[in-house]
Design a protein around this ligand. Structure first.
Ligand code: BG6
Length: 469
């Protein structure tokens, strides 16, 4: 028998407003960048599935909060849509206030602790037209939005987070084509990252000023970085990747300052962002009470061959290269490595190097294509692969807790299959299956399994579960 999880462990699932809310232009909501991008270039999105086709929580939250308690979830993370709460960035939308208040209250009534995030890749269009995070004004706009959210919902929400995976809108939007504005420019990416770190800190400052009950955190995608070998060049690549991909947001968030090596790398490559007096002080005020850790896969790196390095760097590929570990196990649908031990390594890094700050696993999950082929005659998806995936990751969470890690919860990505950006509904992640045509929600086998795990507060092996033990 496995050990029980700590008392009051947060069992739950995560989603975001843009991926689940729907009600695209209803209730006074203005456009986000995703709405506009889809209108401009629908062909970029899987099967023309745009942000309008989401789980439609806006209309169905009353039913959905009930579905959470049906499977014993005691916590849930979603986000507020900035462009719903403040459609023009300044004017409070009373319909949004009413919707979110009722939603969060119903979560509480069902015994589900809401963890509410402020920004999940969804820049309001009016602000994107002014340059989005590249424009320094975005910091003040975000701080204003954060303050309004804290004031309006602070009595119902006691766990706040500022960003989800803030490095992703930097890399996908300014070093790739997965997010608008599809720019590829390292210098601009660094500026966006700096403004995002400042916006995070400015929101924390607003939170502390209001003195409301609760805690504030930041949700980071923290992957352990493994080098191909112990040779100096590979270890240097590891240090670079760790600094750029992990610590660039982790250190400001926990320690209130940028890592020295980051500053050295940026200086050396003429990439330092434009800063103002006071930036350093503001960053120092962004220290959080807890971390959300999204973990899907590790980062594996090797040295960049010397004759291929650009100096000054023009892309992240000048600092480290992806190492294709021959022994890796893959999720073939999403193309991501499955390495449950990584969650233990991250937990130990937080314990040893970051003062054992409290954290929870805010996302972990397995996206699978064409999942309907696994449905039984009652329409229940027999997702044994997902149960095994969760089991293996939770076993490592437990091992970390036993070794002293301060982990207070585990959330699956996601609750009900949701819309996944450019991938639309290609990969399904939920405890509940979504029937696209009708919006019906049907629990998968993993939903029944997690219900029992939560009830026992203990892991249950799939073969024991099948036998009903
Ligand atoms: C996380 C994001 O990184 O991964 C989610 O926070 C996202 O928004 C999830 O949906 C799964 O990735 P994808 O690309 O398959 O949707």
């Amino acid at each position: 028998m496995a050990n029980p999880f700590p008392e009051h462990f947060f069992w739950g699932a995560a989603t975001s407003a843009p991926q689940s809310e729907g009600g695209q232009y209803e209730g006074g909501r203005s456009a986000s960048t995703w709405d506009k991008w889809f209108e401009l270039e629908p062909e970029n999105f899987n099967s023309n599935q745009g942000p309008k086709n989401t789980t439609n929580v806006f209309d169905r939250y009353k039913e959905d909060t009930k579905l959470m308690s049906d499977i014993n979830l005691n916590s849930y993370r979603t986000s507020i849509s900035w462009n719903r709460l403040l459609p023009d960035g300044k004017t409070l939308n009373p319909q949004a206030v009413q919707y979110y208040r009722d939603y969060f209250k119903r979560l509480r009534d069902q015994g589900v602790e809401p963890i509410i995030n402020l920004f999940h890749f969804d820049m309001p269009w009016w602000l994107m037209e002014k340059g989005g995070w590249e424009n320094r004004e975005s910091i003040d706009h975000f701080a204003f939005y954060a303050r309004i959210a804290f004031e309006q919902f602070g009595d119902l929400v006691h766990y706040w987070t500022t960003f989800n995976e803030p490095i992703v809108h930097v890399t996908c939007g300014y070093l790739g084509e997965y997010h608008w504005p599809k720019v590829n420019n390292l210098k601009r990416a660094v500026q966006v990252a700096h403004h995002t770190n400042l916006a995070h800190a400015a929101a924390v400052v607003e939170f502390r000023k209001l003195g409301i009950e609760g805690k504030i955190g930041n949700i980071l995608n923290l992957s352990p970085v493994y080098a191909k070998s112990n040779q100096a060049e590979d270890l240097q690549a590891k240090l670079n990747a760790e600094t750029l991909h992990v610590k660039s947001f982790l250190e400001p968030t926990v320690n209130g300052e940028y890592p020295e090596h980051l500053i050295t790398l940026l200086k050396d490559n003429d990439l330092l962002p434009h800063t103002l007096d006071g930036d350093k002080e503001l960053i120092s005020k962004g220290k959080v009470d807890f971390l959300g850790v999204n973990y899907y896969q590790p980062i594996r790196v090797e040295a960049v061959p010397t004759d291929e390095v650009n100096h000054p760097a023009t892309s992240l590929g000048d600092f480290s290269r992806h190492y294709n570990w021959p022994e890796k196990k893959m999720n073939p649908y999403r193309g991501w490595e499955i390495y449950p031990e990584g969650i233990y390594d991250i937990a130990m890094m937080i314990k040893e190097d970051y003062g054992n700050i409290p954290f929870y696993i805010s996302e972990n999950g397995m996206g699978v294509s064409e999942e309907e082929r696994f449905a039984d005659d009652k329409g229940i998806i027999q997702d044994d692969y997902r149960i095994e995936f969760i089991y293996d990751h939770l076993a490592n969470v437990q091992k970390a807790i036993d070794a002293g890690a301060n982990c207070f919860g585990y959330h699956l990505w996601t609750f009900i299959d949701c819309w996944s950006w450019l991938n639309g509904y290609r990969n399904r992640y939920g405890f509940y299956r979504l029937i696209l045509e009708t919006g019906e929600r049907i629990p998968k086998k993993s939903a029944f399994w997690i219900k029992d795990v939560i009830q026992q507060n203990q892991l249950i092996k799939l073969n024991q579960y099948d036998k009903g033990e």
